[in-house]
Design a protein around this ligand. Structure first.
Ligand SMILES: *[C@@H]1O[C@H](CO)[C@@H](O)[C@H](O)[C@H]1NC(C)=O
Ligand SMILES: *[C@@H]1O[C@H](CO)[C@@H](O)[C@H](O)[C@H]1NC(C)=O
Ligand SMILES: *[C@@H]1O[C@H](CO)[C@@H](O)[C@H](O)[C@H]1NC(C)=O
Ligand SMILES: *[C@@H]1O[C@H](CO)[C@@H](O)[C@H](O)[C@H]1NC(C)=O
Ligand SMILES: *[C@@H]1O[C@H](CO)[C@@H](O)[C@H](O)[C@H]1NC(C)=O
Ligand SMILES: [Fe+2]
Length: 472
């Protein structure tokens, strides 16, 4: 075994030196450290007057519009937006038939919230839950009645079912630089139906006093996608905004007011839980919270134990877990930060035969083989990850392009569990075809162009647990 590993490693080195990673992927299952490097220019935040941050015209015009799934089944949608001048109306009108705001026959009354952060005062943040929606149906919706009306549309997720196809975008650590804009544009060109967002949104906290106007600009920036399809939010460390020195001792304040989840709705929003799940098409998506307690007996621990028992792979074959801090990352940055959560929960995910764990946090891309490291206890010494057909693939897509730049410091040599890693920006897509097959791809931002640098067919761990990552 160790000879084989050694041989693989030597093979890997030869490939990295001599041939392109793509060829290496075809020939052997040795880990690949891609030789591609983005031009090492600084990641620059888009200026306040950038086109993507434009405030919509008109008095008190709704801005920062985004939609969030309102329940686990996908028949409710929470519409969120901000008005800046005055409270205005929290009503959303909507319709299957008419794109004309004044002809929309359905309506729902929302609620609003506001917060202060040091010397910043937010606009009026509206949240409105549209309920009893039909599956797989296009709805027009509008808000801002009484002042400036804006209208949008979304399509609800298809009815859950074992063979229902769906294409997800996987994006993390996006921020609001020119690179962030490239990543979002590439995702839009790829045409997914929902974004699984693995945390760290605006990076407002990198600015003096956590300048919360950068939470506003970020939401205006992503509106072009997030108003039209649900983004599934995972909380990251840049959502903490914990600053007792500024008189801000309550964690997650801006994020919690702005981004509801199916289990956390304004105005009682400024509190956990940040863990929840949604079902979309043939996928059951579990969202975990790296910065909320997850030790034994904590609410998150109890919830996850119960939720894994509620997953029905006959109805939703694909079990996907989102978390901010990766459990398997061989990057020197944030090295082993996700380890305590891995130790706590990995055995449950292996027992449940989860298909995919998606993380962010590390600003580079990495995909693991199907590995498990659950044999270890405090005395037996079995602490090396081993290949397992029951184990998920772990991907890290914290490479959205935020202001902190690329995490260009992989540990050497590449560990055996790491299948592919690259220090550049991009996003991934997961295209579920049916209960057995899904095509996963990572799309690098290459000097403005979008290049598929890593693509794999995944087979489902419940319906077809084959050795899908054995690329030899
Ligand atoms: C908040 O305080 C900072 C530092 O004193 C100042 O630069 C900024 O203009 C203030 N912002 C508001 C909205 O008062
Ligand atoms: C962001 O990307 C969009 C779509 O590609 C483009 O229209 C816009 O000009 C870009 N903005 C900036 C500031 O790069
Ligand atoms: C939205 O409405 C649905 C249907 O009434 C309900 O089940 C769900 O809990 C609501 N979502 C939130 C976040 O309040
Ligand atoms: C690179 O990663 C190693 C761990 O592998 C760490 O010791 C080192 O401090 C990192 N370097 C930088 C510049 O972060
Ligand atoms: C599932 O999708 C894969 C990939 O498109 C295809 O090869 C396979 O035949 C499909 N299975 C069924 C049962 O349709
Ligand atoms: Fe992070």
């Amino acid at each position: 075994m160790s000879n084989m590993l050694g041989a693989r490693r030597r093979l890997g080195l030869v490939h990295v030196v001599l041939v392109l990673f793509a060829a290496a992927l075809l020939v052997a299952d040795a880990g690949v450290t891609s030789s591609y490097r983005r031009k090492l220019e600084a990641t620059v935040e888009m200026p306040l007057d950038a086109d993507v941050f434009g405030v919509p015209l008109g008095y008190n015009a709704p801005q920062q519009v985004h939609i969030t799934l309102g329940d686990i089944e996908g028949t409710s949608m929470i519409v969120s937006w901000v008005t800046a001048n005055e409270l205005g109306s929290s009503t959303v009108f909507y319709s299957e038939a008419s794109p004309d705001p004044y002809m929309m026959e359905l309506w729902a009354e929302g609620t609003h919230t506001r917060y202060n952060y040091f010397n910043y005062t937010s606009g009026f943040i509206h949240h409105c839950n549209l309920t009893n929606l039909k599956y797989g149906t296009k709805y027009y919706y509008a808000m801002g009645f009484g002042h400036t009306v804006r209208s949008f549309s979304f399509t609800t997720p298809p009815m859950p079912g074992p063979d229902v196809p769906f294409k997800f975008g996987l994006i993390g650590d996006l921020g609001q630089t020119f690179d962030s804009n490239t990543t979002l544009s590439h995702y839009e060109a790829n045409g997914g139906g929902a974004v699984l967002y693995v945390g760290d949104l605006s990076y407002a906290d990198n600015r003096p006093l956590h300048d919360n106007t950068r939470w506003d600009t970020w939401a205006r920036f992503v509106e072009r996608s997030a108003a039209h399809q649900p983004w599934v939010w995972t909380v990251g460390n840049h959502e903490l905004d914990l600053a007792p020195e500024l008189g801000e001792p309550v964690p997650f304040k801006p994020f919690a007011h702005r981004y509801p989840t199916p289990r956390r709705f304004a105005p009682a929003a400024a509190a956990p839980p940040f863990w929840y799940s949604v079902r979309i098409a043939s996928a059951h998506v579990i969202v975990l919270a790296s910065y909320s307690a997850y030790g034994k007996y904590t609410p998150q621990w109890k919830w996850l134990r119960g939720e894994l028992a509620r997953v029905d792979r006959a109805a939703t074959p694909w079990l996907i877990v989102l978390v901010h801090s990766p459990w398997y990352s061989s990057n020197g940055y944030h090295y082993m930060e996700g380890e305590t959560m891995r130790v706590q929960f990995e055995r449950w995910l292996v027992a449940a035969k989860a298909d995919l764990v998606v993380a962010g946090h590390v600003h580079a891309y990495e995909r693991s083989h199907r590995v498990s490291n659950v044999a270890y206890d405090i005395v037996n010494g079995k602490c090396t990850p081993v290949r397992s057909r029951d184990a998920p693939v772990y991907v890290t897509v914290g490479d959205g392009g935020n202001i902190e730049g690329v995490a260009d410091n992989f540990t050497q040599p590449q560990p055996g569990y790491s299948a592919f890693r690259e220090a550049s920006f991009g996003h991934a897509t997961l295209e579920i075809m049916n209960r057995t097959h899904a095509y996963y791809a990572w799309h690098r931002n290459q000097d403005g162009a979008m290049v598929v640098a890593d693509g794999v067919w995944f087979t489902n761990r419940y319906w077809m647990p084959t050795d899908d990552d054995d690329t030899s």
